[in-house]
Design a protein around this ligand. Structure first.
Ligand code: SF4
Ligand code: SF4
Length: 171
């Protein structure tokens, strides 16, 4: 199986497969969700080790990152900063004091690698979240990231093959 990792190609495919992907999402809703989860997890286990995230880094270049108090304390300590210094440099606080990193791309991305990898935030650890059950309940976010993340793109395309999905174009 040849995996597609070229981000420009992914954007093109997302455009040309827009109708197909809408049809696939509708198709998935008719299938047994636990079976889809099992298939997605198996595909994820097979595909993820073949894709080098340090050559991609596209999630770190394009996603908003939530930060918890505990994570902010941990990264501030790692960077030898006080919490006040850390917050001033890296954090924007929203309504209810929710915290996000204050830039996209992420401050901590260097070339395509994370400079605080061992201390990265939970959202970074979780993404692209294909190991988490409930795939068919998260189709909006999955397909929002379809052209952003080569892991998601390839898992989705292989899932189409696995469930024998056939797209019939309307003329
Ligand atoms: S903290 Fe690291 S893994 Fe998370 S977005 Fe920034 S560079 Fe990426
Ligand atoms: S998780 Fe996806 S978008 Fe992020 S670096 Fe890996 S392949 Fe790229």
């Amino acid at each position: 199986m040849v995996l597609e990792t070229n981000l420009e190609q992914l954007q093109l495919f997302a455009e040309t497969k827009r109708s197909e992907n809408l049809s696939f999402q509708a198709h998935l809703q008719n299938l047994e969700s636990n079976q889809i989860d099992n298939s997605v997890m198996q595909l994820n286990d097979f595909i993820t080790p073949q894709i080098d995230c340090t050559k991609c880094g596209n999630c770190c270049r394009s996603l908003m990152i939530n930060v918890s108090e505990q994570e902010a304390n941990r990264v501030a300590e790692h960077l030898n900063l006080t919490r006040i210094e850390f917050d001033e440099r890296y954090i924007e606080k929203g309504y209810g004091n929710d915290m996000i990193l204050n830039t996209i791309p992420c401050h901590f991305l260097s070339e395509s690698s994370c400079t605080i990898y061992a201390n990265r935030f939970s959202g970074c650890r979780e993404f692209p979240a294909l190991h988490i059950p409930g795939f068919t309940k998260r189709l909006f976010t999955i397909f929002m990231h379809y052209e952003r993340c080569p892991i998601i793109y390839n898992v989705v395309e292989q899932l189409k093959v696995l469930v024998a999905f056939e797209f019939e174009k309307e003329n």
